[in-house]
Design a protein. Sequence first.
Lengths: 240, 269
Amino acid sequence: MIIITPDEFKRVSQATREDGRAPDEIRPLKIEAGILERADGSSYLELGDNKILAAVYGPREAQIKRLQRPDRAVIRCRYNMAPFSVKERKRPGPDRRSVEISKITAEALRPALILERFPRSVIDVFIEVLEAEGGTRCAGITAASVALADAGMPMKDMVVACAAGKVNGRIVLDLSEEEDKRGEADMPVAILPRKKEITLLQSDGNLTQEEFKEALDLAIKGCLKINKIQKEALKKKYGE
Amino acid sequence: MDIVPEIIRENIINLINKKERADGRALYEFRKMFIETGVITKAEGSARVKLGNTQLLVGIKPQIGEPFPDTPNMGIIITNSELLPMASPTFEPGPPDERSIELSRVVDRCIRESNMLNLEKLCIVESSSVWLLFIDLHIIDYDGNLFDAAVLATVAALRDTKLPTAKIEEDEIILDYENPQPLPLEDMALMCTFAKIGDQMILDPSLDEEEILTARLSIGMRPDGTICAMQKGGEGSLTKDDILKAIDITKRRIPQLMEELDKTIPQTR
């Protein structure tokens, strides 16, 4: 039997969120483009205590023949968590959760890419969660989009993701790990910011129709804020 | 395998025969190093190391588990590495391949055999509970010589590691996270890797040099000059003189690596 000395029982205040944020406030966000040497494109993102690395290879020849499409490239995504990224060490290798996230990430990024330019090739997107603190799938999509742009992929728009959810009966933006665990609902959303088209939508928990609408609007608002920082990261690397 | 064009191969060999290198280094010179520790808040110890353009992260996670029956009073270290597909176009996703397993085993051997980590002090209750330390190597950018970078990062991460103190009260283990203690570390061992190209041994091969080497030699050494681990690789052979020369240079380079470690930038946590 292992007992852990309690130091983590914090009281949830009603007025503000546990970490002092306003309901429509995202955690501190930092994005850097082009930080790896070998990859064709890369980015590093910190959102609160989340630390995420994204890298892109391609368009390159599809090694696996059955993946090839004669008229366009295919996008493959691998979302992976480092064993040391969470409190209890995660066993290396894909689990069911990361396989699902990999799939929906590829689908969230796909609408932005002009894949028809590269028939028979593959674009690989690798997302490494170095440290996880809630909202890694959204942070991964946001980082991957910057890495794709850094790789020079022709894109119709960036893709940007942010979650909204319900915690203590209130609709809030960008849930932390604690809020996600304790909250009533979590809803990750990815959009193409220019036309506000939605490319990823998941929801986990109970929301009324009104709450859903409020959460969706809030998530889109969050995405637009994050999109500005994405663009700044690219401008910083490449100039105006 | 990366393919090195014939013209680059010839260029590298010609230069090395003249005791020069493509990137302007001397034959026994390391690339520029950068070490940062405490980079992962959720890990009990962590480090990021850059050696030239090779870059990796190491995270240390402890768990409490049962000791091996033949060493009932010793903690356990488990070293794993992931050659992430983001690090090189030649790395594939999937279970660790032979390169990855060789890397983690050589790093493990260098740490373990140097006795830098006193495993007896990681015992909590003999025969039942000991600390298991997971050392996870996460390779994010591959530009040659993972061995030296990985050992350096592992040692830096171990130096950064703090474990909660474990007390025993009424047959129960109580973990105190308020007063974490650094690991019981003694003399540290570090590693120097050489490549044989043409007739020369060169230190810290870059990726291009690694691809054309005929033989590779990694030497783990403690500051007192004791050799604690060795690994020969590559398809070619080494002469006894090559090996003795490499040992001699390793001995001269270890203090430099120790200095780099002491320059480590600890991130505030």
